[in-house]
Design a protein around this ligand. Structure first.
Ligand code: AP5
Length: 223
């Protein structure tokens, strides 16, 4: 039985299925799902000062500056002290963010217990993101081929009209992939050296990937 918090980082290229799997893992292990992408999109939708600043970076497929993302992360992390831990989805994305996460977790007496790398080739990423449809109201995510909504164009959960994310255009996807390679992929080495990196094949059915993910996380906790 796990008696301390469990903190899991999900790594992988855009469209690897981090959000899809993070929601499943958080629900299965009663962890808080923290997606910095979702938090940023909420700020953009509210047209808050932070959202206004972040929007142009996101539309271009660039990273939002670390200090802006850190403010949001802090607010979210400190709302849930005492819970079982977090699944970090889309954070960290840079060396500086990885250092900040270590520092914040250490202040709570915690650490990154396991970093899971969802391995998905670029061709699959483009296919997944090209067909993604998102609910701007409740955040549910669909795919026109692999996970279509029951009624075309409408969210199964709340009935809102589904949209194509602005950064899911092909040229922006290419840019996001390039930013991922240069800034985020090097974190694999960091977590590998620490002995907490687990590689999970991100191809196949969502349930099959989730079974592999759970095994990887449970195996790490049992160490
Ligand atoms: P963010 O929203 O985090 O985007 P991302 O990392 O590029 O990841 P995605 O959300 O695109 O994909 P995913 O891996 O979650 O895949 P999903 O499960 O949706 O960030 C967006 C932007 O915000 C960034 O570009 C940046 O500007 C900014 N940002 C965010 N965090 C930041 C940070 N820390 N620092 C600085 N800037 C930051 O799946 C994709 C599609 O595939 C869906 O349609 C899904 O239904 C489908 N699918 C999922 N699994 C499968 C499967 N097994 N088979 C077939 N289809 C599948």
């Amino acid at each position: 039985m796990v008696t301390r918090a469990l903190d899991v980082v999900l790594l992988g290229p855009p469209g690897a299925g981090k959000g899809t799997q993070a929601k499943c893992l958080a629900a299965a292990l009663s962890l808080l799902h923290i997606s910095t992408g979702d938090l940023l999109r909420e700020e953009v939708a509210k047209n808050s000062p932070l959202g206004q600043e972040a929007a142009s970076f996101m539309q271009r497929g660039e990273l939002v500056p670390d200090d802006l993302v850190a403010k949001m992360l802090l607010a979210r992390l400190y709302t849930q002290q005492g819970l079982a831990g977090c699944v970090f989805d889309g954070y960290p994305r840079t060396q500086a963010q990885a250092e900040l996460l270590d520092q914040l977790l250490a202040e709570l007496g915690r650490r990154v217990d396991v970093a899971v790398y969802l391995e998905v080739p670029d061709g699959e990423v483009v296919a997944r993101l090209g067909g993604r449809r998102s609910c701007p109201n409740c955040g549910a995510v669909y795919h026109v081929q692999t996970k279509p909504p029951a009624r075309e164009g409408l969210c199964d959960v709340c009935g809102s009209g589904l949209v194509v994310r602005e950064d899911d255009r092909e040229e922006v996807i290419r840019q996001r992939l390039s930013v991922y390679r240069s800034h985020t992929e090097p974190l694999l080495e960091l977590y590998e050296k620490r002995g907490v990196l687990r590689r999970v094949d991100g191809l196949g059915a969502v349930d099959a990937i989730f079974a592999r993910l759970k095994e990887a996380v449970k195996g790490s906790v049992a160490r």
